[in-house]
Design a protein around this ligand. Structure first.
Ligand code: NAP
Length: 263
């Protein structure tokens, strides 16, 4: 079976002619990704819970000449996730690409102090929600574009013990496992599935963690060979490459984008 991707060479841009679904696109890494994917020629559907943030990013993309729409979606709600992916089909008639980026964080603390409700929340949003999204996206790609690519947003904190965020780290490590399993299942059809593992990136999530853990930035940057945090755009670039046909022989990989922190 020939599942070599077909590239639209008539339009410029890394993602020209593609339709991309981005979760957690209202702010942070997801918003940077939605803007970048649109600049690279994709039509983008932005999803998250906070409509005002989605509206603002969508308006920016359109003002810049891109094509984007938004849909309110709660990753903890299976029907909402399925409806959001279906919305892309309704708007654009297809899905080629998905960036499963939306996730929650809960207060830091050692394993024995994690609240059961926080563990359940991280499971529902960061793991089960991502699995629900992947399932809907794979169905949609199969039914429309035929071949495509999915990138899941994991974390460098998934790669070894994570004593400050143990439940978050466990969910992210499970995301890596789902990524690898999906790559094996979907590879024969020409659907590639990869993950990125960002390090310390300047977004609301890291600021929330820092508020509970003063001195966090200094701690993280001192352990990072590049000695700085990432800008969200730098993480989005890695996702764009993994979604593009330029990475056409890459699947099942967990790509660290962490300034060397996981080395
Ligand atoms: N920042 C870092 O240093 C870092 C490092 C490693 C990995 N990451 C990962 O990068 C991804 C993006 O995080 P970020 O740093 O950009 O954080 P952020 O600024 O807090 O953005 C998180 C996004 O996810 C959405 N989200 C949260 N809960 C949701 C839910 N139940 N349903 C739908 N959307 C939901 C948020 O929108 P709503 O709240 O409006 O729903 C928001 O758009 C996450 O997967 C995170 O784990 C971040």
């Amino acid at each position: 079976m020939d599942n070599t991707p077909t590239t639209d060479t008539s339009a410029p841009g890394l993602l020209a002619g593609k339709v991309a679904f981005v979760s957690g696109a209202g702010r942070g890494i997801g918003a940077a990704a939605a803007r970048l994917f649109a600049r690279e020629g994709a039509r983008v559907l932005l999803a998250a819970r906070t409509e005002s943030q989605l509206e603002a990013v969508t308006a920016e993309i359109r003002a810049d000449g891109g094509t984007a729409d938004h849909v309110v979606c709660d990753l903890a709600d299976a029907a909402s996730v399925r409806a959001a992916v279906d919305r892309a089909l309704g708007l654009y008639g297809r899905i080629d690409l998905a960036f499963n980026n939306g996730a929650a964080i809960t207060p830091p603390g050692p394993l024995d102090q994690v609240q059961e409700s926080d563990f359940d929340r991280l499971y529902a949003v960061n793991l089960k929600g991502l699995w629900l999204a992947m399932t809907a996206e794979i169905d949609a790609i199969r039914a429309t574009a035929g071949t495509g690519a999915i990138v899941n947003n994991s974390s460098v904190g998934s790669l070894r013990g994570n004593p400050e965020l143990p439940a978050y780290g466990a969910m992210k490590r499970a995301v890596n496992s789902l990524t690898e399993s999906a790559a094996i299942t979907c590879g024969p059809e020409g659907i590639r599935v990869n993950a990125i593992a960002p390090g310390n990136t300047l977004t609301e999530m890291i600021r929330t963690w820092e508020a509970d853990s003063p001195g966090l930035q200094e701690r993280l940057t001192s352990r990072t060979p590049l000695r700085r945090a990432a800008d969200p755009d730098e993480i989005a670039e890695a996702a764009a490459w993994l979604l593009s046909d330029r990475s056409s022989y890459v699947t099942g990989t967990i790509l660290r984008v962490d300034g060397g922190a996981g080395t």
